[in-house]
Design a protein around this ligand. Structure first.
Ligand code: GS8
Length: 217
């Protein structure tokens, strides 16, 4: 039975999973969820994700939510297919992938999420962005990116000289962030800039980015 991904092509968390599916060259069906009609808060969808959020993956009788858990599942299940995103054959490399997966979710995401949310999402809802929140998070993100700049001066990608799930997890939010007035946070750091250009030009992500129309004004 084909994998079913419930979500929409412009959603950051959906695109995180879409990128993984394309990286692995897997067949899947994208089942659109009408967020504007509140479909994700109705009982049929809540039965798949009680938090009422996209994405959800269905693989036969297994139903998963949380995009990072879904990509980890796909990377495990299809480890022999396409790029080995978790470095199964090397314990130390695999451990470093896990470190940088945590860095993304614990340090990078909280700051970049706020900026993307304030700049793109609130205006779409007819609300005004809070520049003070943006400023605080730009400062936080800058500090995280200083760590990345040093790290990426020693290795090509975050966990080592190889592309991994840790890099993949950065794609969706950074893609939208690069469309804000603050892209210089990435571009002014040569190692981070080179890494971003490298990971965002992978065919799997380029395909996904075609659907990321959020923020196009
Ligand atoms: C977050 C899911 C999420 O925020 C994950 O899957 O990684 N930690 C979860 N989903 C958003 C769309 S993200 O573009 C969503 O469903 N928003 C609608 C809502 O919360 O009502």
């Amino acid at each position: 039975m084909a994998l079913k991904l419930h979500g929409i092509p412009m959603s950051t968390c959906t695109t995180r999973v879409l990128t993984c599916l394309h990286e692995k060259g897997l067949d899947f069906e994208l089942v659109p969820v009408n967020l504007f009609a509140g479909e994700h808060k109705q009982p049929p969808f809540l039965a798949k994700n009680p938090f009422g959020q996209i994405p959800v993956l269905e693989d036969g009788d297994l139903t998963l939510f949380e995009s990072r858990a879904i990509t980890a599942y796909l990377a495990e299940k299809y480890k022999e297919t396409g790029c080995d995103l978790l470095r199964h054959n090397d314990l130390k490399e695999a451990a470093l992938v896990k470190v940088w997966l945590e860095v993304e979710s614990q340090h990078y995401h909280p700051a970049i999420y706020q900026i993307v949310y304030q700049f793109f999402v609130l205006p779409l809802q007819g609300k005004t962005a809070d520049q003070a929140i943006i400023d605080v998070n730009l400062e936080k993100l800058g500090k995280v990116l200083d760590v990345y700049e040093a790290r990426l001066g020693t290795t090509k990608c975050l966990a080592g000289d190889f592309y991994s799930l840790a890099d993949l997890h950065h794609l969706s939010y950074t893609y939208y962030f690069m469309k804000t007035p603050w892209a210089s946070l990435i571009n002014s750091r040569p190692n981070v800039k080179a890494w971003w250009e490298d990971i965002s030009s992978r065919p799997a992500f380029k395909k996904v980015a075609e659907g990321m129309t959020f923020g196009e004004k």
